[in-house]
Design a protein around this ligand. Structure first.
Ligand SMILES: Nc1ncnc2c1ncn2[C@@H]1O[C@H](COP(=O)(O)OP(=O)(O)O)[C@@H](O)[C@H]1O
Ligand SMILES: [Mg+2]
Length: 325
């Protein structure tokens, strides 16, 4: 038994932690694709290749693509299948070090100082040392991700980085360069084993080249009809064969329209589930029109399809499906 395993078991016994089973990294591209499939994530070979390389080379992976194409899910699935802890940093405008890295618990520090003074403690140096110790440190995701874990280095998901500003990006670049963070009052924290870093962007703005250069890049596109059908059948198993084919073909046709926001895989899955709830067995124009709000989230897009457009698209989709039979 390896030392790591023994330590993990001890932690399990001592602290009542969940049993951990450290998983080894996949040994090949096919192994990576299979690993994702274990958690119902159906990836193509190009994504499998980039992920395999990122894991093997210990490099962050940068996933860019439209909303709802399965970027965030990749980090979740990696954490699940590798048996690693998932640490998520959701980015937003104005995200700062206090929310992303660490913060001192000022209130607790104040109370500790008051109590110490009341007890007659006047050694300022000792007081300062006590108050700037780990006990008063609130660890945020980036710092948490550098801590050792018995199950192996965690998966760090930095989600929707395009929502932050360039100053934060520059800071992140520094952290990713050597996986260490300096806390002036305490010293430097360095990861013994770098986390598996997954960065996602919905591309609402370009992310700086310097950050991309640190990472392996992959554009997550919409799946082919074949893969999308497999995803629907895996994730919404109650949907009949005919309906699932029509749903996927209709969504794929919608993506060819000039819309403000095309439906992602998330919307396809929602729509399939909604139609299944309504006991629909095959698409008809009225049902499609009534449930468009599951697929399209902008009134302008919905307005474009109102009237005869839905019927027209649906007829095309059905005749294509018949031709393919
Ligand atoms: N290749 C895929 N295999 C299985 N499920 C997928 C796939 N792509 C997307 N999904 C599903 O689509 C939904 C949206 O994915 P998500 O990761 O939230 O998208 P994004 O982060 O790109 O906006 C999730 O429920 C996810 O499980
Ligand atoms: Mg996402």
């Amino acid at each position: 038994m390896t030392a790591g395993l023994i330590a993990a078991q001890k932690a399990y016994i001592q602290f009542g932690m969940k049993p951990v089973s450290p998983q080894s990294l996949p040994a090949s591209i096919d192994g990576t694709v299979d690993l994702l499939a274990q958690a119902d994530y159906l990836s193509d070979r190009s994504l499998g290749t980039v992920l395999f390389l990122a894991l093997k080379m210990g490099r962050p992976i940068f996933l860019e693509g439209e909303a709802g194409v399965g970027k965030t899910e990749i980090a979740k699935v990696l954490s699940e299948t590798l048996g690693r802890r998932l640490i998520r940093l959701q980015c937003y405008e104005g995200l700062d070090v206090a929310a992303a890295v660490y913060e001192w618990n000022y209130a607790a520090q104040m109370i500790a100082i008051r109590v110490a003074e009341a007890e007659g403690e006047h050694d300022r140096q000792k007081l300062e040392h006590d108050v700037f110790s780990e006990r008063f440190l609130i660890k945020r995701p980036l710092l948490q991700a550098l801590e050792p874990d018995t199950a192996g280095a965690p998966v760090l998901l930095i989600d929707e980085i395009d929502r932050t500003d360039e100053a934060f990006e520059a800071f992140l670049l520094e952290v990713l360069a050597d996986f260490q963070i300096t806390i002036p009052e305490m010293g430097t924290v360095k990861a013994a084993q770098p986390p598996v870093v997954v960065i996602t962007s919905n591309r609402t703005r370009e992310v700086h080249d310097a950050l991309k250069r640190r990472c392996l890049y992959h554009w997550v596109g919409y799946p082919t009809a074949e893969r999308e059908l497999a995803i629907v059948r895996t994730k919404v198993p109650g949907v009949g064969k005919k309906l699932s084919e029509q749903v996927v073909a209709f969504v794929q046709a919608l993506r060819k329209q000039d819309l403000f926001k095309s439906p992602g895989v998330a919307e396809t899955l929602d729509w399939a589930a909604a139609l299944s709830e309504l006991d629909v067995v095959a698409l008809d124009p009225a049902t499609v029109s009534d449930t468009l709000g599951v697929l399209l989230k902008y009134q302008d897009d919905i307005a474009k399809l109102e009237g005869s457009k839905v019927k027209e698209l649906l007829d095309e989709v059905k005749s294509d499906l018949r031709a393919a039979e």
